[in-house]
Design a protein around this ligand. Structure first.
Ligand SMILES: Nc1ncnc2c1ncn2[C@@H]1O[C@H](COP(=O)(O)OP(=O)(O)OP(=O)(O)O)[C@@H](O)[C@H]1O
Ligand SMILES: Nc1ccn([C@@H]2O[C@H](COP(=O)(O)O)[C@@H](O)[C@H]2O)c(=O)n1
Length: 435
């Protein structure tokens, strides 16, 4: 069982609690550091400390009884950066994604404005940078993002208006490292003239100190000179989902949904693979966390009937464990098996309903059996759970043809599927399927 902060975040936090707690920030008037790359090591120590403190606090604050079972696969947070010129519609589209797809939206600008209002020691500095349209030093921004991520207790994030320059980019890498999967950048493309009109209109009611003609021009310049190189970096990696942000909001949202579909599909495949891993290792808690409580299933064991609920499945985990313990007590080799997902296809019915179909190849000492499986997943708040399973036996190979002499030891402990193999699975799953 996990408490509110995802385990990966809490582990990172624990490993970093020894770091310095205060965040050194350059003076707003210091030209020497303005716009310059801040050494990754400095960022790492200071902001990681804030990250650590935030995460530990989030874990400790979780009131008793609020533990949630977060599926194993979902423990490493997924991040999509959201970029585009000022007024491109980033916040507007993020709001829709939150509502319809269960992302957590963290706007770096909003967090900075809230920090300024909170009376923080950095308030004056933030106010000055925002008024000048300049990018606040990453030590401040990344620690606010890390704190908000930890406090959300969730694992799927839209990080809006970040990374805005090289300093942001390096600071993020130094603090987050590999603890987070950055899926790519949603980039909203809108010409300057349209964005200027939008911002001046927004300025009539937004109360933002930077929605005025003078600051807007400065922000536009910073966007071109500092943010676009970050976008180009991700572009070269093939990680930019470019969206025409000029049409009306609903139309842009349709394009946004198409852009996030590969990320969403990848999550559904990962959820299916996590179920297979949990079944292979007889980890009932992990398996159950990946199921809707009223999951329905049709499989060979049900003889054509549809079973509803989890008790039917738990029986096999309990008995499997008992058989393993009996084998161990008798000094016999432990029964083991390993499942691989072959040729998966994912069909997204809605952003929150995915049908994942594949051939499941199950290896064991008894031989290899193939099953045709379909799992229907539903996402709530960005967490996928299986609502229906259909499995039919699709073929079998006896042990003699698959287990070379002397290889049995290697099968006693099922090895987790390798990252390369998983990447291949994702690649296959994300190919435009005949949906
Ligand atoms: N597709 C659209 N068509 C017309 N107006 C839009 C569209 N998208 C957003 N707007 C409006 O344009 C203004 C700017 O949008 P929004 O705040 O979402 O942009 P942003 O990219 O988040 O801006 P910033 O980076 O300055 O915070 C808002 O008033 C919003 O209502
Ligand atoms: N990574 C960031 C993001 C924003 N800022 C400052 O906030 C201003 C407003 O940002 P919006 O995304 O809400 O438009 C921006 O002009 C910067 O001054 C920042 O420093 N770093």
């Amino acid at each position: 069982m996990l408490s509110r902060a995802p385990r990966a975040i809490r582990l990172a936090a624990r490993a970093r609690t020894a770091a310095v707690a205060s965040i050194p920030v350059p003076d707003a008037s210091s030209d020497a550091r303005r716009g310059r790359f801040v050494a990754a090591a400095a960022v790492s120590t200071a902001a990681a400390a804030a990250f650590a403190a935030a995460n530990v606090a989030a874990a400790e604050e979780a009131p008793a009884g609020t533990d949630v079972t977060t599926p194993e696969f979902a423990k490493r947070p997924n991040v999509l950066f959201v970029l585009g010129g000022p007024g491109a519609g980033k916040g507007t589209q993020c709001e829709r994604l939150v509502k319809e797809c269960g992302f957590v939206h963290l706007s770096a600008g909003d967090l900075l404005r809230a920090e300024r209002k909170s009376g923080s020691a950095h308030g004056d500095l933030i106010a000055k940078y925002i008024l000048d349209g300049r990018i606040v030093p990453v030590e401040i921004t990344v620690s606010l993002l890390a704190k908000a991520m930890a406090e959300s207790g969730r694992t799927r994030f839209l990080i809006d208006g970040f990374p805005r320059n090289e300093n942001n980019f390096e600071g993020w890498k130094a603090v987050m490292g590999d603890s987070v999967d950055v899926e790519g950048v949603l980039f909203y493309d809108v010409d300057d003239e349209t964005r200027l009109d939008r911002l001046l209109e927004r300025g009539k009611t937004s109360g933002r100190t930077d929605d005025n003609a003078d600051t807007i021009q400065k922000r536009f310049r910073v966007f071109k000179e500092e943010t676009m190189p970050v976008v180009s970096h991700y572009d070269k990696l093939g990680r930019v989902f470019r969206i025409d942000g000029a049409p009306e909001v609903d139309q842009v949202f349709k394009a946004t949904l198409r852009a996030v579909a590969p990320v969403v599909k990848k999550e559904a495949v990962a959820a299916a693979q996590a179920m297979l891993d949990a079944a292979d290792s007889l980890d009932w808690e992990a398996y159950a966390a990946l199921c809707e409580p009223d999951m329905t299933a049709v499989e060979d064991e049900t003889h054509g009937a549809t079973v509803c609920g989890l008790e039917f499945h738990k029986f096999y985990f309990d008995e499997g464990k008992r058989a393993a313990e009996a084998a161990k007590a008798a000094g016999k080799p432990l029964p083991a098996r390993r499942s691989a997902m072959l040729s998966p296809t994912v069909s997204l019915q809605t952003p929150n309903v995915a049908v994942v179909s594949y051939t499941r190849a199950v290896q064991s000492l008894a031989g290899t059996a193939n099953f045709a499986e379909t799992r229907v997943f539903m996402a709530h708040d960005g967490v996928w759970r299986c609502a229906h399973l259909h499995r039919s036996r699709a073929g079998e190979m006896p042990a003699a043809s698959v287990a070379p002499a002397g290889s049995s030891d290697a099968l006693h402990t099922p090895a987790p599927i390798s990252k390369d193999a998983l990447d291949k699975i994702y690649e296959a799953a994300l190919r435009p399927a005949a949906e």
